[in-house]
Write a protein that binds this ligand. Sequence first.
Ligand SMILES: [Zn+2]
Length: 206
Amino acid sequence: MESDVDLPCPTCKNEGSLKLLSMSSEIPYFGEHTQITLSCEHCGMRQTDFIPSEERGALSFSLSIGKVEHLQARVVRGSSGTVRIPELDLEVSPGTQSTGYVSNVEGVVNRFIDIIRMMMRQIRTEIEDGNDEAEQNLAKLFQLEMALMALAKGELLGDLSLEILDPKGHSIIGHDDAVKKELSADEVDLLDPGPAPIIMSSEDVE
Ligand SMILES: [Zn+2]
């Protein structure tokens, strides 16, 4: 269902260009939920979130990637989800422009690889500008890229894990081997809350 939103775009502040698309469906392990996509026809801003029909509170999921089949485990990342590969000290926190997605563990690993490649391009520019420290950073990123590429191919099994932490409970790793935990208030305080909610209650969307 698509509807117009009578609010200025949070990104470009243009009036009358926001659209809201909502769709209810069911995802294994995640359950019945409404997928909400807010988009702006003026600047191209697009933000997706997944609102479960039942409030779940702050949750984390952790999956030790020990089998090839774990790479295919479904991942739902809501716009407030922080994604980590703790053994490599990697973390993607939501930021203010974050959008949710549905993928699998392999897809999330590939997203980390894309970010690392982007950082490597940035650092190569710094090296060309004569920054010597950047050389060491580039070497570190190269090692991370190698490790993640091996992981995506089903190597390094048992060495690495994927974690997703969400103060709103809108994110999951859907696999029987994933460990689900409730986050304490202190743990939630340390997380980036993600973009400010514009329309975030499932009651508002019918
Ligand atoms: Zn806009």
